[in-house]
Write a protein that binds this ligand. Sequence first.
Ligand SMILES: [Zn+2]
Length: 467
Amino acid sequence: MDRQTKIDSIVSLMEDFPAAFNYLNLAGNRAFADWFMPRLEALREFDFWEDDELRVIQARRLGNLLSYLKKTSPFWKERLLAYGINPRSASILEDIKRLPVIDRKFFTGKEAYALPRDESHSMIHTRYTSGTTDTSMAVLISDPEMSLDILSCLFRQPYFDLQKMRELLGRKFFFFLGRTVLPHYASFARGFPLDNFTKLSDPNVRGEIYGILKKEPQTLWAFSTVAAEFAHYLAQDGESLPLLAAYTHSESSPIDERLFVREKLNVPVVHLYVACETAIIGDECTSHFGKGYYHIPRERALIEVLDGDNLPVKNNEEGKLVVTILDRKITPILRYANGDRGRILSVSCDCGKKSPLFEMLGREGDRILLPDGEKFSALLLANNFLEIANPKRIMAYQIRQESPGNVSIYVVPANGLFGNNEIAVMESALSAAMGGGIKINIRHTDDIARGATGKLRFFMPLKLIGK
Ligand SMILES: [Zn+2]
């Protein structure tokens, strides 16, 4: 591929997806590997390209998306007109900022979706966001979107060379530990759900998992908390597995926990910033492992950081994250506040990637309410806690705000209980670091209840306690 062909192939990645492929027939499909591999190569290169080429790609993709909306949906046609947005404008990347910021509530109306007129064109899939802290939202996506939104972002780091990648595409190489396989990975993954009955604490369950993982080298996929728990048992059982890499995501995960997981699994650990509505909007930079600094896949995601009045904040300043996704047509994500907070760092990265680093600072809801009315990041408390308690000693934990003046940290110890003196020292250090007169209680427990998908929330805010 020459440079222009690469640019074109990135712009029309979804549109070019051959009709013979669908999200279930990709593994072991040589025609798919032939189609996908040059595009993956172009995407990997693209991360190192300069801004002018990037903007060409973004503007063309955004223009195509808005033209589709204008053509397909009377609602969107009117909306674009109302804000003076012409999809073919040369300044479309700026013009788009005239659209108001939206959130999940925007999608309670059917008109927000833009279903293709030609139904035979592609299959439409429906997925739902988790809705743990908020109303659940339906996400309608086409088959090419389902097949490629995740896959186009997963292998942007050079952990596997292109030869190895092609080999992996020949089989199921993802092992979903803790939940059923997400449809985006369906061709390439098998699942091992965990719940309140099938638990890692059961040696038979672990034996079964080890058996599967020893048969053929796999890439582990797990929520961060599940990966940490698994790493503990692996060490405890003295097992070593022929893993290829571990992909973790979805939860705020303190640095000490990630370092522990990487040490015990002894493979590259890739932490993804991903959600159902947006798919992947960041993968953690290898030069800043564990810090929660992400590179944005800029060919598909535009990121803004805004203040409470929806005005842009300066680089390095914290604000709410507003995302525009360039390759989702049926559920248009245009200036969507995803409920997370973060900041753009004004540094050029050692790894050589040109995309700015985004630091994820936790979900809007992951904040501890202090008696004096201030708020404190639950992720920061988790970081402080793991730093003084040592992640090697903790199998699992959960922070729960049980009343406005009290926060409890429930701990499943990995090897032996914490002593009363240790606990008292930790409690007072943590509470002093938070200020605001809050009391911290550390409590031992045998187990922590999981959600329906096997996910363990690291923080339960006041409004979820007792639900
Ligand atoms: Zn980097």
